[in-house]
Design a protein around this ligand. Structure first.
Ligand SMILES: Cc1cc2nc3c(=O)[nH]c(=O)nc-3n(C[C@H](O)[C@H](O)[C@H](O)COP(=O)(O)OP(=O)(O)OC[C@H]3O[C@@H](n4cnc5c(N)ncnc54)[C@H](O)[C@@H]3O)c2cc1C
Ligand SMILES: *[C@@H]1O[C@H](CO)[C@@H](O)[C@H](O)[C@H]1NC(C)=O
Ligand SMILES: *[C@@H]1O[C@H](CO)[C@@H](O)[C@H](O)[C@H]1NC(C)=O
Ligand SMILES: *[C@@H]1O[C@H](CO)[C@@H](O)[C@H](O)[C@H]1NC(C)=O
Ligand SMILES: *[C@@H]1O[C@H](CO)[C@@H](O)[C@H](O)[C@H]1NC(C)=O
Ligand SMILES: *[C@@H]1O[C@H](CO)[C@@H](O)[C@H](O)[C@H]1NC(C)=O
Ligand SMILES: *[C@@H]1O[C@H](CO)[C@@H](O)[C@H](O)[C@H]1NC(C)=O
Length: 509
């Protein structure tokens, strides 16, 4: 009786709070979905355009492409409030053709994480990183940034296989796969996920792992934002060993020689599984007028001068850079590409050959020349990345339960090529630079086909909105993803009401 009284008076109080104490955040907003959130008791968790923190939140998106202005931003505090948001928004009046966006770290550069005509669910408060020694699992929230995850887990002397740039978020990164320093021993970032907690469109919160909803577990590994809102990732942890780490700048005249070393490195990856190599070409006229080559050379077990890099290390640096021992947390915090610019991006893979690497280098130089002519060299910066994709990464993924990236389909060692360009001027210049980039990517693709060196994978985390990463996973995986989406979201609400990002319903089977 006493308990009943307590419960009912508690209910009464909360109804009163919703119903009568209107203040600036709780008065009707004029936007049905925002009012539906208030009705559902989330008034305290929404930001309206009239509030100063709303503008700060919009400005905190990494690229200018993403700084849209939703009717309101809802910031749920836990999985239950994510479920309440889901139910309230899907139940709200659909008039006005509005839609829903999801944001975790906000690093997607193509604008798939925010919306003008609709509501954005911002997962910033789901930013936990805890560790359970018993299970060796780290539980990581989607809204956390990797550098904060590493710093928190370091207190337990463990790490997880996440992003290299510390400002990147957990949520989007792991849904797209996750390219990390640990691929030679651990596969993709998502291969470490033993359990996902996810809010489905019918408002239920479920776990997906190898025993429970195992089809969903597999689909979530690389399958992108297609099934619901992930509210927690439980990842297998590794000891927090210091990395051997160096970032180099090398004269562009050595580009072809470095590319040749890169190809040898990739073909011999099984001998140096603790090494990670990222190669990039950059043109940044605020530093020097010519392009430069950069490398990131890492040994995840802290081995200085790993023999995997022996040939590369014979090529001189512009400014000598020794290997250093750093924690993953330090490396991530020290490596944050500044945002606040318009971004263009495109990605593809090709066979690991010197000829194709050379072609890609020449195409970068041509791209720089063309863009200089069009918008002026001080108005843009290029960063074109090359990452090893040997078949052994696919073998590791398979051993850990498999993923959707379907890299095991490729029977040859490949290179993951990613073009990135920052535009400092305006949207018009961005559109021009992106179209020029799409043409270059198409040319590189057809050249690779002409020499028998085309491979299928379009890596989701780097893909432009005009590309089809899910389709690149192959027909079997596409059909699998479609079946799983249908099973967990039979009304296709996630496909239609959350239209941003790469949706499996728009991929041809
Ligand atoms: C400077 C820079 C460095 C990068 N480095 C790497 C790297 O080393 N390796 C790599 O693999 N990638 C890298 N990326 C790409 C990065 O992985 C993607 O941009 C990724 O989407 C970022 O995750 P986020 O949480 O910040 O994304 P957000 O922009 O918040 O989200 C990305 C997409 O996922 C959806 N989404 C996010 N969270 C959820 C969720 N919980 N449930 C359902 N859907 C969700 C969003 O709606 C959106 O469509 C880098 C990008 C940049 C700009
Ligand atoms: C609005 O109401 C909420 C809940 O009652 C309260 O926490 C908040 O401080 C109020 N804000 C203002 C500006 O009055
Ligand atoms: C790169 O090498 C060329 C040829 O040796 C030289 O002219 C140029 O100044 C070098 N650039 C830098 C940045 O060191
Ligand atoms: C280009 O160089 C400037 C000056 O050193 C630096 O501030 C900026 O971050 C660089 N841009 C990129 C994308 O690296
Ligand atoms: C690594 O190589 C550099 C350059 O040859 C040398 O100076 C340094 O002592 C080496 N460090 C270790 C730990 O072997
Ligand atoms: C760079 O952009 C600014 C602003 O649009 C423009 O005034 C300038 O002419 C551009 N530089 C060149 C060399 O075109
Ligand atoms: C929600 O959907 C899941 C997956 O289809 C189903 O298992 C669950 O029973 C549904 N829950 C409710 C309350 O309808």
């Amino acid at each position: 009786m006493f308990l009943q009284l307590l419960l009912s008076s508690g209910l009464f109080m909360s109804e009163l709070a919703i119903g009568t104490s209107f203040n600036s955040t709780q008065a009707p907003t004029g936007f049905p979905p925002c009012d539906a959130l208030i009705q559902a008791g989330l008034g305290k968790s929404i930001l309206l355009p009239t509030e100063p923190s709303y503008a700060d939140r919009v400005d905190s998106y990494w690229s200018l492409n993403s700084r849209q202005h939703p009717f309101c931003i809802v910031q749920p505090r836990n999985a239950k409030e994510v479920a309440t948001s889901m139910t309230a928004l899907l139940g709200a009046d659909k008039a006005g053709d509005w839609h829903i966006a999801i944001r975790s770290g906000g690093h997607n550069s193509g604008g798939a994480n925010n919306i003008d005509n609709g509501v954005t669910i911002d997962l910033m408060h789901l930013d936990q990183a805890t560790y359970d020694k018993e299970t060796n699992l780290a539980s990581v929230g989607p809204g956390a940034k990797w550098m904060d995850v590493y710093a928190k887990l370091a207190k337990h002397d463990v790490l997880v296989t996440g992003g290299r740039d510390g400002d990147v978020g957990v949520g989007g990164f792991l849904l797209g796969g996750g390219s990390t320093f640990f691929m030679g021993t651990e596969g993709f970032g998502c291969d470490a996920v033993k359990n996902y907690e996810i809010v489905l469109t019918n408002g239920t919160i479920v776990n997906a792992n190898d025993k429970e909803n195992s089809d969903l577990w597999l689909a979530l590994k690389g399958g992108g934002s297609n099934f619901g809102i992930v509210t927690r990732y439980d990842m297998e942890a590794l000891p927090n060993t210091k990395l051997s780490y160096k970032l180099r700048s090398i004269n562009i005249t050595h580009a072809v020689q470095i590319a040749s070393n890169f190809v040898d490195f990739t073909d011999n990856y099984e001998k140096f599984t603790n090494d990670a190599l990222v190669l990039y070409l950059t043109h940044n006229a605020t530093i020097i007028k010519e392009s430069m080559v950069g490398t990131i050379q890492v040994n995840t077990q802290g081995k200085i001068n790993s023999t995997g890099f022996a040939k590369l290390d014979k090529i001189p640096d512009i400014k000598p850079a020794p290997y250093e021992h750093v924690t993953l947390a330090e490396a991530a915090a020290g490596s944050q590409v500044a945002g606040g610019v318009w971004m263009c991006e495109a990605t593809l893979t090709f066979s690991n050959t010197k000829g194709l690497m050379k072609k890609a280098i020449n195409m970068h130089e041509q791209y720089v020349k063309d863009l200089k002519k069009a918008i002026g060299e001080e108005n843009f910066t290029t960063m074109f990345f090359f990452q090893p994709m040997p078949t052994m990464f696919g073998d590791i993924s398979k051993k850990r339960g498999g993923n959707m990236i379907g890299f095991d389909l490729e029977e040859k060692n490949s290179v993951l090529w990613t073009a990135g360009v920052e535009i400092k001027t305006n949207q018009q210049d961005r559109i021009y630079a992106q179209s020029l980039m799409n043409k270059m990517a198409a040319d590189l693709k057809s050249y690779s086909k002409s020499v028998g060196g085309a491979t299928d994978l379009v890596y989701l985390n780097y893909a432009d909105t005009t590309q089809d990463p899910l389709g690149s996973y192959g027909a079997n995986n596409v059909n699998y993803l479609k079946r799983v989406a249908e099973r967990y979201d039979p009304e296709e609400l996630f496909q239609t009401r959350f239209p941003l990002g790469f949706k499996i319903s728009s991929v041809d089977s």
